[in-house]
Design a protein around this ligand. Structure first.
Ligand SMILES: Nc1ncnc2c1ncn2[C@@H]1O[C@H](COP(=O)(O)OP(=O)(O)O)[C@@H](O)[C@H]1O
Ligand SMILES: N[C@@H](CC(=O)OP(=O)(O)O)C(=O)O
Length: 454
């Protein structure tokens, strides 16, 4: 039996949800259906999750909530109408959202998580009602009653081991299970959401828990492509990719599948297939443990912006035992996680995601590194992107870094950092954000357009 997750674009409108129903109807082994909140219907549209974040923000600022609340309710009302559903389901959703807005706001993160999670929760209720209305026996299942237990980490929770044992009991349900993605509950009953895009994670946890034969992830593209189709024109499709490659690429910018969604299915040995709700007969991309046959050394190239660099220089840093540890400890105390630490004789750079920085912690970090480590030059640089080349065939292929660097040099861009990942399946380049797209296009040309398999 399969677990099928439908992303925001697949459940964005009545028309899309009808496609979901026919996909589910066409295969009786599609037993567990995980749904996201309604996503974008067109490019300039707003996801329901983003509307809910706006709602939470106005509520926390003690401003009038009615306008934001109606924007969310209107999305569900339009969907319900298009699906021919009666008023009661809209009343259930409205009552639920109004109750959530009244939750005590003293724990700000708990309040935000509760509002955000309503997007998937109410959509699951609506979709199970629709399935039943068209003769597909279905049941909405709450992550709370099903025991999707997570740790107490706001907006980025992780599932606890007992969640798998609890969720395995869902196998006893005869009807189709419609399960909301994106959130779980702590052992004390507090609602916590996963990271953005985290309905993929719910699907993976559920697939591992019920020992699914396949985890299907339905989205709005025929497959995972070798590079972002919004930047590279008509990129090649990936038919098969390993868990390891997919995790590296997802973490580094392939937004089509969340990187944290790989581990649960990987550990349980469950294959994953990325498919298109708008074209379900397309083969899609299979994520597997081992790929057979010969392949290009590079499987995919991803790019992600939003990185900053902390540059630290001190004469004879190389002779000073513990310098790196002390520097990273300062960052730890500022609650900052880092991605790379390239270093030279007298200098070291720490690269991390910029969203963790504020004017206050930047000033504090510079002051501490200067005073406590007696560094000579300490400064931040912003607006960087990381371009990551990923491929299982990379470790026995010499000259790849040189080819990539030459391709980048053709764009006239400067390489700020190079890092060969310890896993030996990735090679990263730090570049200025303004050059990101042209570098991605040039690297695609170098490794995919011009190369034959062999
Ligand atoms: N390498 C890639 N392959 C396929 N899609 C990609 C890639 N990189 C980015 N994307 C984007 O990911 C989108 C699908 O992810 P997402 O918007 O999260 O979908 P969903 O609503 O189904 O969760 C695609 O429309 C595509 O623009
Ligand atoms: N709705 C949540 C979770 C999610 O997975 O959404 P999507 O399937 O649209 O990526 C978000 O926007 O983050």
């Amino acid at each position: 039996m399969k677990v099928s997750k439908f992303g925001g674009t697949s459940v964005a409108s009545a028309e899309q949800i009808k496609k979901v129903a026919s996909i589910v109807q066409s295969d009786p082994t599609r037993k567990f259906i995980v749904v996201s909140a309604p996503g974008k219907r067109f490019d300039s549209d707003k996801k329901v999750t983003d509307l809910l974040i706006d709602l939470a923000t106005v509520a926390l600022n003690n401003m009038e909530v009615e306008t934001q609340l109606q924007l969310v309710l209107d999305r569900y009302k339009e969907i319900a109408k298009g699906l021919g559903l009666e008023q009661p389901i809209c009343d259930v959703i409205e009552e639920d959202l109004r109750q959530r807005v009244l939750i005590d706001k003293s724990d700000k993160e708990f309040f935000i998580d509760n509002i955000k999670a309503s997007g998937e929760d109410n959509n699951a209720k609506l979709i199970s009602t629709y399935f039943t209305s068209i003769g597909l026996p279905a049941q909405y299942v709450s992550p709370k009653t099903a025991g999707l237990v997570v740790n107490n980490y706001p907006e980025r929770a992780l599932a606890l081991p007992e969640a798998y044992e609890n969720l395995s009991k869902l196998n006893d349900i005869n009807e189709i299970v419609v399960f909301p993605g994106f959130f779980g509950f702590t052992a004390d009953g507090l609602l916590r959401t996963f990271d953005r895009g985290g309905s993929d994670i719910t699907g993976s946890i559920l697939a591992a828990a019920v020992h699914a034969s396949l985890y299907e992830n339905f989205t709005d593209v025929d497959s995972v492509f070798c590079a972002n189709p919004r930047v590279v024109n008509d990129p090649m499709e990936i038919e098969e990719i390993t868990y390891r490659e997919m995790r590296e690429l997802s973490y580094a910018g392939f937004s089509v599948f969340h990187d944290e969604a790989l581990m649960p299915v990987y550990k349980a040995g469950i294959p994953v297939c990325i498919k298109n709700t708008n074209n379900p007969s397309a083969t899609g991309t299979k994520i597997v443990s081992i790929r057979k046959g010969k392949h290009r050394p590079i499987t995919g190239i991803s790019a992600d912006s939003g990185f900053s660099i902390l540059y630290v220089s001190k004469y004879l840093m190389n002779r000073e035992i513990g310098f790196g540890r002390k520097l990273l400890q300062i960052l730890e105390e500022e609650n900052i996680s880092y991605e790379h630490t390239p270093s030279g004789l007298d200098d070291i750079s720490v690269i991390f995601r910029s969203h963790q920085l504020t004017t206050e912690n930047e000033t504090r970090i510079i002051k501490r590194v200067k005073e406590e480590l007696h560094a000579e030059d300490v400064h931040f640089r912003h607006e960087f992107s990381m371009i990551v080349l990923v491929g299982e065939g990379m470790n026995n292929n010499t000259g790849l870094a040189a080819r990539a660097a030459t391709a980048i040099s053709r764009t006239g861009a400067n390489i700020e950092m190079i890092n060969q990942g310890s896993s030996e399946v990735s090679l990263s380049f730090g570049v200025h954000r303004s050059n990101e797209n042209k570098i991605l296009q040039e690297l695609y040309k170098e490794f995919f357009a011009a190369v034959t398999v062999g």
